[in-house]
Design a protein around this ligand. Sequence first.
Ligand code: PMP
Length: 446
Amino acid sequence: MTHEQSRDLYDRALSVLPGGVNSAVRAAIEPYPPFVERGDDGHVIDADGNRYIDWVMGLGPLLYGHDTPQPVEAAIQSHASEGPMYGMPTEIEVEHAEFVARHVPSVEMLRFVNSGTEATVSACRLARAHTGRDKIVVMQGGYHGAQETTLVEGEYDDTRPSSPGIPQSFADETLAIPFNDEEAAHRVFEDYGDEIAGVLVEPILANYGIVRPVDGYHETLRDLTDEHDSLLIFDEVITGFRVGGLQCAQGKFGIEPDLTTFGKLIGGGFPVGAIGGPARLMEQFTPSGDVFQAGTFSGHPVTMAAGLESLRYAAEHDVHDHIHDLGEQLRHGLAEIVEEQAPSYTVTGTDGMFKLVFTRGAPDSFEDHCEGGCAQREDCPRYDHCPKTGADVAAGETDRWRRVFWPKMKDEGVFLSQNQFESQFVTYAHTDEDVETTLEAYKEAL
Ligand code: PMP
């Protein structure tokens, strides 16, 4: 495999794009990231003509891999050629909102925006306006986009901005607690209950090695927010319409949040975000209410067409079943390989998401195969070993993963997501053969 074109492109990029990229994670690969020329089904071809099985899949927005179904393609083409946008309302926005509201019981109304970041910004603003309070509880290791309220680190009574440029006074309004720690959730509400506008939480920590909720955790958050008149905000930017299929993760876990943020899949590969919830909350946004919210590109017709037709196609075909089946094959296959070759590592994931987390230290017993994610059940022999918080994942061998493992997998013709924390995504375009080849590559690399 040669990578000269990618190297040269990166060299050019370094002169005009900070760090050579437009989103930080893309440069995590050293000495330079492969530049993609095009996609083909479950694969990508780089600028040097090398072909890889692609499990990055745009970091979440692609349900069909790089093989857009014909009706989705047709809808995109037709909306692109008819405008492409107007700054005035269109029917396709209404249809898309109707589709989401029909499938997600907690959602009566939606406000479409252009990114997951915008969605979580507006959800926090709405929660603060609705409650008249300022504090937002987030999970350590959770990610809600490049926004001022949630880019924090530290403990909840000592939270600092995690990036220069964010005032400490902003971080003072954010309370970060460990995911899956019910005691910490109770404590933060005991200490700050009447100041908390909302709890913003991914149903599954999907940006941190994929950490599933332990039984009862979301119920505890639901109860605490209800008791204290705060809002429970589920960030389903990654899980929405992926985990739990069309009912989303909230349907899978049987929890009804007050607000939900969406992104990724609802735009069918185009820039998107959305906030959803009951009319009594959503109508507080301008122009029906006074909580300011606006965007030139919001509800963009091409995005709406791509997103709606993608979801419609999934509703009418075995898309989620296929993705779930391949996800299971990957997690089971990986668990077997890991048990044999790297017993201190953990397979995580659910539905169409999977990851191998380089946790340290061998567990006491291996009576069962780890099936991925299930290890977070207390009756599992690996329970003590499996990551349950963001910190558990961060304590893994991130450097080995990045410097040795990722490049080796790439040499085997498999693209994994660019760091130890980001999830990998199965799509309808992936095949049994892709799974087999990938498992062989893991065997070789490990
Ligand atoms: N929330 C979650 C859970 C995410 O995973 C992401 C992005 N990966 C965001 C919000 C931000 O979305 P975007 O990158 O579209 O701004």
